[in-house]
Design a protein around this ligand. Structure first.
Ligand code: 7TS
Length: 414
């Protein structure tokens, strides 16, 4: 779906950039440098076109209508399910549940599988580098069930201490919910090893793929995770769409999350029978337009090639880490061996927020603060970091702009 006049292979960042209209804009009179991709990625024209064309040409509610528009909308919506299935290599299409995002997907599992299976005294393991959305739902469940939340510690490089992980497991451990790639440090966790160990103890594992699905090849069958969650908006797709992948046998045993239309087979005042997967978990009218457009984003990523993207992003990240670490007073946070394209840093004597405001004056968008990982920031005894996170359309020249901006800010603020 990349326009024919752009030569994309081998990886051509100039051509890629032309596909993202927002990159043409100025901020504070400067060319936009968008380094907040871990929060949300920008959208290529094909995604915007897919969104507009849905509303212009075949807007209709899905699954229920027999008229042409309803059939077309249903086909487009369900086509995204097939594309997601292939994107993460799920075995069955009914293992793909559409949600509003990672946050809802995790809450769904905690509220359904969790309520059904967690009893007083049971234990849930997460890690010290989780996003709040993979902490709070489990805390809420633990509070309700009088269960215990245990935390895999993080070392000074920002990697999980795997020996400690094994020690946390007991006969009471029921589920491990773990982030695949950290949003604040970029650390890629050894999820396959974590899952293998968990399964030896009959413990199921949820993998938070919010940050990994866009950068890494995801094969849920090979990984053997029990649940995998992702958000469209971090993979160049629209906001408001997410995925819960779950192994079919688990999803079938789980009670529904929300009640309403679509998730039922038959309703009488005496009782209700629930729909088959995946619809049992998709009550109400879903976010049809954004789900339809999500397919265009996945097709786009597949066309550019995840391998190509990853190689490029890794090189850019190394370049940025090298340049930033040479600035006096700059300290990189997180030195994991395997990382996504996230560079987090602090500057002696400069509050991350002040740095963020100054960089915005140069047109550079970074994220500052705790990145919804307050416990991790506490672990490093810092209030937060400045985070630059790279996508396929970022360039070396943009990194140079960031380095110049940080140097200027350091001089001004210290
Ligand atoms: N888990 C991780 C690892 C994340 O990075 C995020 C969002 C979420 C869960 C929640 O995803 P959502 O799509 O439901 O919001 N992370 C970020 C971030 O790093 N900056 O803004 C949002």
């Amino acid at each position: 779906m990349i326009s024919a006049d752009t030569d994309i292979k081998p990886f051509d960042v100039t051509a890629i950039r032309k596909e993202f209209p927002v990159l043409q804009r100025k901020v504070k009179g400067k060319n936009l440098v968008y380094f907040d991709n871990a929060a949300t990625a920008q959208k290529p024209q094909v995604v915007i076109d897919a969104l507009v064309s849905y509303y212009q040409q075949f807007n209709a509610n899905i699954h229920r209508g027999i008229h042409s528009l309803a059939e077309e909308a249903t086909a487009a919506f369900e086509a995204t399910r097939d594309t997601v299935k292939d994107f993460i290599n799920a075995k069955y299409r009914e293992e793909i549940i559409f949600t509003h995002g990672v946050t809802e997907s995790i809450n769904l599992v905690a509220a359904t599988w969790g309520r059904q299976n967690i009893k007083e005294g049971d234990e849930i393991i997460i890690s010290g580098m989780e996003h709040h959305s993979n902490i709070v739902p489990w805390q809420m469940l633990c509070q309700e069930k009088k269960a215990k939340l245990k935390i895999i510690p993080v070392d000074n490089n920002g990697e999980l201490i795997m020996d400690e992980y094994e020690k946390l497991i007991t006969l009471k451990t029921k589920i491990i919910s773990i982030v695949h790639a950290s949003n604040s440090l970029g650390t890629i966790n050894p999820v396959k090893e974590i899952i293998e160990i968990a399964h030896q103890h009959n413990i199921i594992v949820l993998v938070d793929g919010a940050q990994s699905a866009v950068h890494l090849d995801i094969d849920v069958q090979n990984m053997d995770c029990d649940f995998f969650v992702l958000s469209s908006h971090k993979i160049y797709g629209p906001t408001g769409v997410g995925v819960l992948y779950g192994k079919k046998e688990l999803l079938e045993e789980m009670p529904p999350y929300m009640g309403g239309g679509e998730m039922i087979k038959e309703v009488t005042f005496d009782g209700t029978t629930y729909n088959d997967l995946p619809y049992k978990f998709e009550a109400g009218t879903p976010n049809i337009a954004d789900t339809v457009a999500f397919k265009a984003a996945l097709d786009f990523v597949n066309e550019v090639g995840k391998d190509n993207i990853r190689k490029y992003e890794v090189a850019l990240t190394k370049y940025a880490m090298n340049k930033l670490s040479q600035i006096e007073g700059v300290r990189l946070v997180g030195a994991a061996k395997h990382k996504t394209s996230v560079v987090s840093f602090i500057v002696d004597g400069v509050h991350p927020q002040d740095m963020g405001i100054l960089l915005d004056n140069y047109g550079i968008a970074v994220r500052t603060g705790h990145h919804c990982c307050q416990p991790l920031m506490n672990r490093f005894e810092i209030p937060g970091t400045v985070r630059a996170s790279f996508a396929m359309y970022n360039t070396k020249e943009e990194v140079d702009e960031l380095v110049k901006g940080v140097e200027k800010a350091v001089k001004m603020l210290r």
